[in-house]
Design a binder for this molecule. Structure first.
Ligand code: GDP
Length: 178
């Protein structure tokens, strides 16, 4: 569980190509020029950043599950180490939406704790004409899966910070209700 001084571990989940690396890069890019070297995205799956949410600092350790899409054991091991999850799909790729549902079910099995902060993220909402998954489908899925929902565009940097801030707020709510 997250304690003061310990970073919140946020795991990025989703099919390949949905924008996980793009999300991590946006968080990584938030670094002051001084400590931007701390965030090694290649060869190290963890990007650690201090951000400010509602006037309070929070340290996020972002784990990207890139490259282990086919390795179920590695994915489940990753899943168990998270405090919170961003479950991504691409609104232009229905298969990735179905994959997100599968991942939610796996998550429930390997991480059965209640009230685990999870946000279902429909990325690439800028690609209007290639959309295959509607906003209402995304929202309905999140309701069934008992998690929050947001549509984002990593390419346009739209709502990506809202997703990071939202996950921190959920983590704090959990912490404060203990
Ligand atoms: P990953 O496999 O989940 O890490 O996906 P990537 O972050 O590597 O993204 C896959 C491709 O989609 C790349 O070419 C990205 O530039 C592109 N991409 C990611 N997010 C967006 C987005 O919000 N909009 C658009 N148009 N392209 C995106």
């Amino acid at each position: 569980e997250a304690e003061p001084g310990r970073p919140y571990r946020v795991v990025l989940l989703g099919a390949s190509g949905v924008g996980k690396t793009a999300f991590a890069s946006i968080l990584a890019g938030a670094a002051d020029s001084m400590d931007s070297d701390d965030c090694e995205l290649c060869g190290d799956e963890v990007c650690e950043k201090e951000i400010e949410v509602d006037g309070e600092p929070a340290t996020l350790a972002l784990l990207d599950t890139w490259d282990i899409d086919d390795d179920q054991w590695a994915q489940e091991r990753y899943m168990q180490t998270g405090d919170a999850y961003l479950l991504l799909y691409s609104v232009t790729d229905r298969a990735s939406f179905l994959r997100a549902s599968e991942l939610r079910i796996t998550l429930r099995r390997v991480r059965p704790a209640q009230h685990t902060p999870i946000i279902l993220v429909g990325n690439k909402c800028d690609l209007v004409r290639r959309r295959e998954v509607s906003v209402s489908e995304g929202r309905a899925c999140a309701a069934v899966f008992d998690c929050k929902f947001i549509e984002t565009s990593a390419a346009m940097q739209h709502n990506v910070w809202e997703a990071f801030h939202g996950i921190v707020r959920q983590l704090r709510l959990r912490r404060d209700s203990k």
